[in-house]
Design a protein around this ligand. Sequence first.
Ligand SMILES: *Cc1c(COP(=O)(O)O)cnc(C)c1O
Length: 411
Amino acid sequence: MSEKFEALKDRTMKSVMNTYGRYPLALDRGKACTLFDLDGREYLDLLAGIAVANLGHSHPEVTAAIAKQAGELVHVSNLFFQEPQVDLAEALLATWPQADGQSGRTGRVFFCNSGAEANEAAIKLARRYMHVVRGEERHEVITLTNSFHGRTLATLTATGQDKVKEGFHPLPEGFVTVPSGDLEALKAAMTGKTAAVLLEIIQGEGGVKPFPEEYLKGVQALCREQGVLFMVDEIQTGLCRTGKWWAHQHYGLTPDVVSVAKALANGLPMGAIMATEAVSAGFQPGSHATTFGGGPVVAAAATKTLEIMTRDRLAERAARMGDFAMALFEDLAAAMPGKIAQVRGLGLMIGVELGQDVSGKEQKVWEELIRLGFILNLTQGNVLRLLPPLVIEQKDLERFARALGDVLGNV
Ligand SMILES: *Cc1c(COP(=O)(O)O)cnc(C)c1O
């Protein structure tokens, strides 16, 4: 590591709270799928800031939209109307078949600033909808083991992993966790107190774990049967990542509420929930708010992001490139079965689970890949998680697959 890096690391360790296990790398600039470190070294970005920079880094049109809006109006209180926010709300709803305004279906959006806040809003909306619209005392939210929904007190309680809860008790009431993929367990947990089920279509942080279609359809059917809201966390899977606008579209699901964040403004902090018209009635003036939510600059960046995703057909591209990448990794897995246990995913959300022959050396594999110039994430201890910008090229995926084969061949 260079002196420049060591100096920056030292300053960071002294001044910033020690909440992140950081990679031994300081990033300085980015362009499309390429990132540059402090010393000008180039990296292929296969992580996109964890599914954030879906259009690639420093997209010139998004940068221009930010600059233009920043020169006109940066902030205005949500006590006032403003056009950038409604432009975005309309553009976002147009991507959601549940609320596209055709066939009489409509929906509404609430804007916030992060994924955790989006799930927090979804949970509050579910409770208040049950209370004020349905007049029922239903307040419990059921989530799944191995899920990830955020780090606020409510969303870490909703998260089905103990590691995020450690040291933070007492936790808020009204959350129930059931085993992932088990319909009977879900059915048994539903009572007259259940307000909603909240799940990811593919568990991202949990190790890129997709669910069988029958399970997802079964969850929705159970929700409808029991009068429970079906809420989908699309914070990581949404916005073209899996080859469709929303991952729930792969299975023809019709959730009542969808939470969105990460890629929404291609790097500026923004979250949102979309809900059907009926469920949206759970919020009334004063019931929920945030100072910065849907601010003009982030809204302009997000509207431009959605426009580019539509124009450049990035959902189709993610599906095509995802198939290409999966085939590469499956070939590798077939060639070295002890080194790769399984390749999972949908579109450009891919997990490569390392096998027995790499046991105990997963961290080394990942560090070696970074050393070779590839940025990706190791999650759950043994899953290489790939969430590249959706503009990634075939030759880059091939280059990475070759490097992965070499590194695995040498451990
Ligand atoms: C990242 C993520 C969150 C939390 O988003 P933040 O912006 O970090 O609060 C919630 N749910 C899922 C599925 C995520 O991937």
